[in-house]
Design a protein around this ligand. Structure first.
Ligand code: PLP
Length: 492
């Protein structure tokens, strides 16, 4: 039943500022705090203005706003009332400060592979935000990225995209970006495809995910280099796929092992231009053998070309995709190494017959990659900034690699032997027999070095122990100082 509120108003003190806003705020607070309860009838606007000695227009403006927002309602020929259900009750969920019920992991009934990874994930620093550590594997020359220019391109992209942001676009991504990438990688990587075959994705990890989602079913088989990319292994396994470890030698992945031992495999994942993590390349003879077998047996090859632009001594090697006459290769490239790790755009080139399959998979996964960054990246490539940045990064990275190798030779010659390389953004260092990976990593952690053990990337336990140093993100001085610091610690 409605109660009179007249007594309430003469005591109202309005805050400074516009009277209509002040009256709106105090009335809204009074309603929210229950001082004016649901169903209370308000005095007429004229009466209110008189009671509070303010203009009637101010009262009308405040009441109109409260009516619009649902705090008040009018009843024809009766007056204005406080609403029984106020809008904030509809939008604010009551906070329950009790502890949430505990559900043991075993009873969560989640994907068994994810469950097996959880204990490690919860312990690792990856699951929480990390402070910057030295020698992180997989980070490019972040310090050389033209941040200011990128900011300008992003704001240009924003101005240009005003109308496009409200529309739906092709799941394959922003066409001018696909065209720019097409032109760039055809000349730098020798790829052979049309812009229809290119798909913008959120990095290589999404590309692998899409391939597993689109092409594979639980219990099917995949081959992966050994040691190999742990994220690829985990993505495949989380789809219930059996992953065979394929050894490498001086000529790269042993393709004959796949053909002889695992002929049922449906997809071969490989990084033929820069094997991860050892850094070798797949010989031409093996590339051709793999392509021929895949064509004859109708297998898919997933080519991870994540590090193709980080080659120092020699010309870039032509991508496997460029040699493929039978459309068996699904190619994946990333920008996260050349730009910065948080830049989550990459691209895939898929066989013509799979264009719709992958478009659909991408659509189901996240509809499309973020539009604005695609526009900015298109400008970055079209205007030649990307090619210039690649040249600068290559030069700096090569220098950084040499400095690291030299520093290790100077300070830790009895502990580490560097695996020769002229590409990539990390080096693999073999440990001498008196060190286990665990002991070495423990020493590194004491001086804040994020060095990784080789075993992290192995499916099969190996007798040989090694660690990986990512060097691209550090200046020569930083590299020298940190290796000297580690040596000082190790030598006690
Ligand atoms: C073998 C391999 N492929 C691809 C990537 C890049 O993945 P993304 O493009 O998702 O950043 C990495 C990252 O370290 C990698 O090691």
């Amino acid at each position: 039943m409605a109660t009179s509120s007249s007594a309430y108003f003469p005591h109202l003190i309005l805050p400074k500022g516009q009277i209509k806003d002040g009256l709106y705020c105090v009335l809204r607070d009074a309603i929210l705090e229950g001082r004016l309860s649901g169903g209370t009838k308000l005095p007429s606007s004229r009466a209110l203005a008189e009671m509070m000695s303010i203009s009637r227009n101010s009262v009308l403006a405040a009441l109109d706003r409260l009516l619009d927002e649902g705090y008040l309602l009018t009843k024809p020929s009766s007056g204005t009332y406080v609403a029984a259900v106020i809008p904030d009750q509809l939008i604010h969920i009551q906070q329950d400060l009790n502890q949430p019920a505990y559900i043991p992991t075993q009873t969560l009934n989640i994907n068994p592979h994810i469950a097996s990874l959880l204990p490690h994930w919860q312990k690792s620093s990856l699951s929480s935000s990390q402070e910057r550590k030295i020698f992180h594997v997989g980070v490019g020359c972040v310090d050389l990225f033209p941040h200011q220019l990128w900011g300008k391109l992003l704001s240009r992209a924003w101005r240009q995209s005003y109308y496009q942001l409200g529309q739906f676009h092709d799941p394959r991504g922003y066409l001018p970006l696909r065209q720019a990438i097409c032109k760039y990688v055809r000349s730098t990587r020798g790829l052979n495809f049309t812009e229809d075959q290119i798909l913008i994705v959120n990095g290589t990890q999404q590309a692998i995910h899409l391939a597993a989602y689109a092409l594979l079913q639980p219990q099917e088989q995949v081959c992966l280099d050994e040691p190999g990319y742990d994220s690829a292994l985990n993505i495949f396994r989380s789809f219930g796929i059996h992953v065979h470890a394929i050894n490498s030698d001086d000529e790269g992945m042993k393709i004959s092992e796949i053909i002889e031992n695992y002929p049922e495999s449906k997809l071969i994942y490989t990084a033929p231009s820069h094997q991860f993590p050892l850094g070798g390349t797949l010989s031409l003879a093996r590339r051709l053998a793999l392509l021929e077998w895949a064509a004859q047996q109708q297998k898919w090859i997933f080519e991870d070309d994540y590090n193709s632009e980080f080659r120092y001594g020699t010309h870039p090697i032509q991508a496997l995709q460029g040699l493929d006459q039978q459309q068996r290769v699904i190619y994946s490239g990333t920008f996260s190494k050349m730009m910065f790790p948080e830049f989550r755009l990459g691209f895939m080139v898929v066989p013509e017959a799979l264009i719709d399959v992958f478009s659909l998979a991408k659509y189901h996964t996240d509809v499309r990659s973020s539009y604005l960054e695609q526009v900015a990246l298109a400008l970055f490539i079209q205007e030649g900034h990307y090619a210039r940045h690649v040249r600068k990064v290559r030069k700096a990275c090569y220098e950084r690699q040499l400095v690291l190798i030299e520093a290790i030779a100077q300070h830790l010659p009895d502990v580490l032997t560097v695996q020769p390389t002229d590409s990539g953004i990390h080096v693999v260092c073999w440990l001498n027999d008196s060190w286990t990976e665990q002991n070495f990593i423990a020493q590194c952690a004491k001086v804040d070095l994020a060095v990784q053990p080789l075993s992290r990337y192995c499916q099969i336990k190996s007798q040989k122990t090694a660690v990986l140093f990512g060097y691209a993100a550090h200046t020569p001085d930083e590299i020298r100082t940190n290796i000297a610091k580690l040596a000082w610690l190790i030598k006690g």
